[in-house]
Design a protein around this ligand. Structure first.
Ligand code: SF4
Ligand code: SF4
Length: 484
């Protein structure tokens, strides 16, 4: 185990070893300068949604959010984890309201700083919020309505600001944000991580400024402690601990210590894909359930766009006598619950094959092995959107409101797919194979580390993963009917 850890450490590359990178993140203005363009982007989206033409193909709000941003977000999570959170405009506005400062460190925040209720310190609210919004998308046609998109953003901003001025730090980001679970769990796959460089230094560190904050920065905004952090799930890469940690490496010249460098005991590493799964020791039931629900919802989002769905739904309506809305709602809930049930059966068989390990341990442990495949399924869904509809942004940036403007001279551009169906399908298959390979490798690693090399216990879960893979291959092979 120790050897494995050392090998993994050797494969990491700390970006903060370069003084220029460390200075960049230690500068308090950096995050503000990354957030500002996205806040302005959000303002434009809201204005276009409220006042622009109500045509989803011609309005900046719908194209930029649901085709471009959402697709790029999933790609960015796979490649850079929670980097989005560093510049997220919602988080920025919450921080600004709470701190009454754009980037300066201030001591008295404009917040009641209440502690988040203990029973909700998990992913339950975020999961509910995620399901409600996904359902609202179907119900109110969010992705096709510029006006509803604008209402949605304003409502979300209102929630962020209210929570920020009642509760301490970024309680919203940690416990409520509808995509925090999705970003956090998928981020475990990303080839970057922020960690304490030397856990031993943290143990002996008396000040623990990463927890308490100091004049250089705030305490961890999402209540993490880098000294024990072992996965990317919750760290929103706010970089406050890079600023506050005072254990810089000493600058030496000819053996004489001249002072402290710009570094700290925090490292910001490039690493191999799926790095978190190889060192994971603590698993959680709320995260395991979120992974399974997310899986179901991801499949459902693609299912409702394929041709067999258009045939299956009316058949079900006439068979049951229920209306379209009811049938769709029941299918949506089934999609969220079904993976939990099927996975539970698989883990039940695992339990029979591995009597010494508790059902709960197997359930939560193996659930993480599904993340790589789940992420690649999500990515393959969004890659299709991006490649087929993404160029729709080109005319819209010249005429964001659909008023007939031609600001950048591109409003006459006839958008067309970047790639055609067979090529997109090939990319989707490769992504899915990539995800399947990682899922199997992570599952075997979890068996070896957590369940004493009990490969027979993994076999039922492997079967679940494989069925999921084959089912998704079938789904993505169907003719897609786009919403835009
Ligand atoms: S991250 Fe830095 S401030 Fe925090 S405990 Fe470790 S050494 Fe101390
Ligand atoms: S661990 Fe550091 S970078 Fe991550 S959220 Fe906490 S303070 Fe920010």
């Amino acid at each position: 185990m120790e050897n494995e850890k050392n090998n993994q450490d050797k494969r990491k590359y700390d970006l903060l070893q370069h003084n220029a990178v460390a200075s960049f993140f230690k500068n308090r203005k950096t995050q503000f300068l990354l957030q500002l363009p996205l806040v302005l982007f959000l303002v434009l989206v809201v204005l276009a949604g409220f006042f622009g033409i109500q045509n989803s193909n011609k309005n900046f709000a719908t194209i930029s959010i649901w085709v471009i941003w959402w697709s790029l977000l999933i790609i960015s999570i796979a490649l850079a984890g929670r980097l989005w959170c560093l510049m997220c405009p919602f988080g920025a506005i919450g921080d600004w309201a709470q701190r009454r400062s754009y980037y300066k460190k201030i001591n008295d925040t404009f917040s009641l700083s209440r502690k988040w209720p203990t029973k909700f310190r998990n992913l339950s609210l975020a999961a509910m919020f995620f399901l409600v919004i996904t359902w609202a998308d179907f119900q109110f046609n969010l992705v096709n309505s510029p006006l509803n998109t604008a209402y949605f953003i304003v409502a979300l901003l209102g929630i962020v600001v209210i929570i920020s001025i009642i509760f301490e730090r970024r309680s919203f980001c940690r416990y409520v944000c509808p995509i925090t679970g999705l970003i956090g769990l998928y981020s475990m796959f990303a080839p970057i991580e922020l960690r304490a460089k030397e856990k031993g230094t943290c143990k002996t560190c008396k000040e623990k400024y990463c927890i308490s904050g100091n004049e250089k920065g705030y305490p961890c905004t999402v209540f993490e402690y880098p000294g024990t952090m072992e996965k990317n799930t919750h760290c929103v890469l706010c970089t406050e601990c890079i600023k506050t940690c005072h254990f810089g490496e000493p600058v030496k010249k000819e053996g004489i210590i001249l002072g402290s460098s710009n570094r700290s005991n925090i490292s910001f590493n490039l690493r191999s894909f799926a790095g978190d799964f190889l060192t994971l020791t603590k698993t959680r039931m709320d995260e395991a359930l979120f992974i399974l629900v997310l899986l179901g919802v991801t499949v459902f989002q693609t299912l409702i766009m394929i041709r067999p769905w258009a045939v299956f739904t009316p058949d079900l309506m006439s068979y049951t006598g229920a209306g379209y809305e009811s049938v769709r709602f029941i299918l949506f809930i089934s999609a969220a619950v079904l993976p939990v049930l099927i996975y539970s059966i698989a883990v039940g068989i695992s339990k029979l094959l591995s009597r010494k390990v508790m059902f709960k341990e197997l359930f939560t442990g193996y659930a993480y092995s599904i993340i790589p495949l789940g992420l690649m399924m999500h990515l393959s869904h969004n890659i299709r959107h991006l490649l087929e509809e993404g160029t729709g942004i080109i005319p819209v940036i010249s005429d964001p409101f659909g008023f007939g403007w031609n600001l950048l001279g591109t409003s006459g551009y006839m958008s067309a797919p970047l790639l055609y169906n067979n090529n997109i399908l090939l990319i989707q298959w490769l992504l899915m194979l990539f995800g399947l390979g990682f899922s199997i490798s992570v599952g075997k690693n979890i068996s070896r580390r957590m369940f004493r090399g009990n490969d027979s216990a993994y076999f039922p879960v492997l079967t679940f993963v494989f069925i999921l893979f084959v089912f998704n291959l079938w789904v993505i092979g169907q003719l897609i009917m786009h919403k835009h």
